[in-house]
Design a protein around this ligand. Structure first.
Ligand code: ADP
Length: 250
């Protein structure tokens, strides 16, 4: 009950924060649009003073939006992890339920390979689910951005070797990454998707995996695809402990 109350409190304050922010966000976006319009007009008319003013406006707004995102991230970090034992099959089922509509929309075939008894892991299922969905969303996006191959596939393979770990292998045959993208993929605000990306997803996902004592390994080849291996500690049968509580690291 205490945990449910805590979660309720978090959701209420998150809801309040987002509610009060949405108005501000709209205002900031309108000001940003206005600034961009002024910038375009100034450039067309070669009016240097107007360009300088508009540039200032755009920069101020972009900084404000950036600060706001950082504030949300700080809030997310302060939310305590609520660890509980979860069957791997349940986790995979809800992750796939989340990703299938996006895959279907982008014409990407999704495959899942699960061993017979993948066991139990101690996780914060809200955070872990969103982290795995994020990795898979990127895999689907990478396929959607690829116009070379006739068939696009994303697979999720769960393995339990070695025994003390559960590994999730996510493989796609999308656009792949060059070395520079591969090195920056977990960096805050790094995106190769222009205005369609935020560069937030994998920054958070990576931290969630780290917080769970897990590891992420990436191999990728440009125009061929990407393979990620995410490994988490598995609870040996009969050793389920107390729920841990840990904040998300900075
Ligand atoms: P966003 O999806 O908003 O761009 P993310 O933090 O989720 O932000 O991802 C950062 C970047 O990592 C992506 O823009 C993309 O360049 C790269 N990336 C992540 N996963 C893949 C993948 N499976 N294939 C190719 N590029 C990827």
């Amino acid at each position: 009950i205490t945990q449910i109350r805590q979660l309720q409190d978090h959701l209420t304050s998150l809801g309040l924060m987002l509610g009060s922010m949405s108005h501000g966000v709209k205002g900031m976006l309108t000001a940003l649009d206005g600034g961009i319009y002024q910038l375009e007009t100034g450039l067309q008319k070669k009016d240097e003073a107007r360009v300088a003013r508009a540039f200032d406006q755009v920069k101020t707004m972009a900084d404000k939006i950036r600060d706001m995102v950082l504030e949300i991230l700080n809030y997310a970090r302060s939310r305590q992890m609520q660890y509980a034992p979860v069957p791997v099959t349940d986790l995979v089922e809800s992750v796939m339920k989340n990703i299938r509509p996006a895959a279907l929309k982008s014409n990407v075939i999704c495959e899942v390979f699960l061993p017979d008894a993948p066991g139990i892991i101690e996780i914060d299922s809200v955070w872990m689910e969103s982290a795995l969905v994020n990795f898979l969303e990127n895999a689907v996006d990478a396929c959607a951005y690829d116009h070379e191959k006739p068939v696009h596939k994303v697979s999720l393979t769960v393995t339990t070797e070695p025994e003390e770990r559960v590994c999730f292998r996510i493989q796609d045959n999308g656009v792949g990454m060059d070395q520079e993208t591969r090195e920056k993929m977990f960096t805050l605000f790094f995106t190769s998707k222009g205005s369609r990306g935020t560069g937030l997803g994998l920054f958070i996902a990576y931290r969630v995996i780290q917080q769970h004592g897990g590891t992420v390994q990436v191999t990728s080849a440009l125009n061929q695809g990407t393979k990620l291996i995410i490994c988490l500690p598995r609870i040996p049968p009969g050793s389920i402990g107390e729920n841990g509580v840990n904040p998300l690291p900075s």
